[in-house]
Design a protein around this ligand. Sequence first.
Ligand code: S3P
Length: 429
Amino acid sequence: MLTRMLSPLQKPLKGELKVPGDKSISHRAVMFGAIAEGTTTVSGFLEGQDCLSTIACFKKLGITIERKNDEVKIEGKGFNGLQEPTEILDVGNSGTTTRLMMGILASSPFHSVVIGDESIARRPMDRVTNPLREMGAHIDGRENGRLTPISVRGGKTHAIDYISPVASAQVKSSILLAGLQSEGTTSVTEPHISRDHTERMLESFGVSLTREGTKVSLEGGQSLKGTHIQVPADISSAAFFLAAAAITPGSDVLLKDVGINPTRTGIIDVLLEMGADLSVENERSFNQEPVADLRIKHSNLKGIEIGGEIIPRLIDEIPIIALLATQAEGKMVIKDAEELKVKETNRIDAVVEQLQKIGASIEGTDDGMVIHGKSTLHGAEVDSLGDHRIGMTLAVASCIANGEIRLKREEAIAVSYPSFFEDLALLQN
Ligand code: S3P
């Protein structure tokens, strides 16, 4: 367990930065490359622990994968090229690996066991094991398959028309992946649209699917063809620097090649509504994914209310939005975000407890939080609780806090952003 001392620099952030590749897209590039026919090459791959867990799992499933820094080559042999693993598939801290891979395993004719760290062991997997069972997979695990370790005996599956109670890209993607190998048309309908990287990337691999409102459907029996995927910079990682610049006086930062898929840009909408000086420049696309450069300068912010359809579009950014709100005038209300309770930590409790330690006026609610700004933040000992996004939120607080922040379990940040502190220091120079 490592503790990092973050001294109260209170220096403006200035300059240009390209944050690492998108986590969701990096996972999918490896998984889809593994079930595709032929070679897939990936550039801009995120070298975070979560995505390395995906590579390790698919190697155990018999796929040859070579990686040199952020360049990855995957030798896919089609769905039938996957082999029964002789070892346990360890997903580490990664919910995306767990849930998407289970969709692939459900329709693969062999037995496998999926395990993860102590955070994964607490997270609900019945949201995928139940529909995958409905499709015909044999799944068992603790609490009847709600918790890992989970064993999957896959095989012949059939299509379902699934109405998901949650807006979750992991659930949607898991079912669609099983559906690719199932007889008939598989559909998933969500209460609100969740991130659609699976849909876009499957199209890049030659799969056809249809979308109608929040319903996605695909025909089983389609094969994927190996391709090249260029991964945009992760807007969820960029969000920490957008926030840092927005709240630190004198800042002016340009973040390059950031993915601006509309199912992920809730953070941009929120920053603009709060009064941030933010512009979206140089719009273009990588594969089927829109990208842009984001320029942000410090400005005065005001609290707003967020809830409903925007929540899945910024679910991973809520910890850093809470910090932003501590520096905004007035009241900020975040609601309809009960999904936060089943992330790497219970992020309602984690954000409230840790930000209170440094002087924030914040209370948790059943489905979100309420923050009163603007507060002067002070130094204290805080804890990432093993959650990368809580760790980065607390590190960004050090840009404006008036005392030293001692961040316990800083190593958690490597899950999605191994070079986070180097990049922060680069902008502070
Ligand atoms: C992800 C989907 C989201 C998100 C997670 C990555 C994905 O989770 O929080 O960090 O890559 O599909 P849910 O699908 O559970 O909302």
